[in-house]
Ligand binder design. Structure first.
Ligand SMILES: [Fe+2]
Length: 242
């Protein structure tokens, strides 16, 4: 079965819709969501309702918990904080309840799902390099961890000899005896200088993972951000993918 792996949608309905069309073309049947449905974008309720209905497995991101008071947002930068305050006011009661019931980690077979790091999921640390990943590997239970949070695609592997290496593109065969931490990038606010929506496809029969990039209607997502009165910076950065 093919899994669609999504993270960091951030209220960007246009990006989410483009990714949904793409995974349907690819024949994905299982949908996994790695957190941050809300924050930054202008359609938090629509994105949450869709994920509630369609995501087979889901975990909480810092913005998800932040929007319902379950994590501290005082360290957020000013545009992020303005967006989270707007999101908190905008969310329906049903969607607030959805966010409150998300867990930080999900385990399914040998696969772990978490927004930030598997060993300290509530600390919201970033894995951007091989060094950042080291501690997580030491405490990893499964063989593959799918993460989000940084908005940058990344794969770090720990080989049989214990050595770590990383890369950010191409198709990856999940090999026996090797452990992986995989970031599928961000659907709704990519930050790797590529404005196209990012998500992952994992085939649990062939054990192959690949990253996909999907063009979407950035202009409409930007206009909605401006119309909602959210910080214009949040609209601009979608264009640059950073
Ligand atoms: Fe995020």
């Amino acid at each position: 079965m093919i899994w669609a792996i999504l993270s960091d949608v951030h209220g960007n309905l246009e990006a989410l819709q483009a990714v949904v069309e793409d995974w349907q073309r690819e024949g994905a049947q299982r949908v996994v969501f790695l957190g941050d449905a809300v924050g930054y974008g202008a359609n938090p309720n629509e994105c949450l309702s869709f994920l509630d209905e369609r995501a087979d497995l889901r975990v909480a991101g810092n913005h998800d918990y932040g929007a319902v008071g379950l994590t501290d947002v005082s360290y957020f930068n000013p545009p992020a904080r303005a967006a989270i305050e707007w999101t908190t006011k905008t969310l329906s009661e049903e969607n607030r309840s959805f966010l409150r019931h998300l867990t930080l980690v999900q385990q399914t077979g040998e696969i772990t799902l978490v927004h930030a790091t598997p060993h300290q999921p509530a600390e919201w640390n970033y894995i951007l390099t091989v060094d950042d990943a080291e501690e997580s590997f030491l405490e990893m239970r499964g063989r593959v961890v799918f993460i989000g949070h940084s908005h940058r695609p990344l794969i770090v592997a720990r080989g049989k000899d214990g050595r770590l290496r990383s890369w950010d593109q191409g198709e990856t065969l999940i090999e026996e005896g090797v452990q992986y931490i995989i970031n599928s990038g961000s659907v709704g606010q990519p930050r790797d200088h590529n404005s196209m929506a990012a998500y992952g496809l994992y085939d649990d029969d062939s054990k192959r993972y690949r990253l996909k990039r999907v063009a979407y209607d950035i202009r409409t997502a930007q206009e909605k951000i401006i119309r909602a009165g959210l910080p214009p910076f949040l609209a601009r950065r979608l264009y640059y993918g950073q």
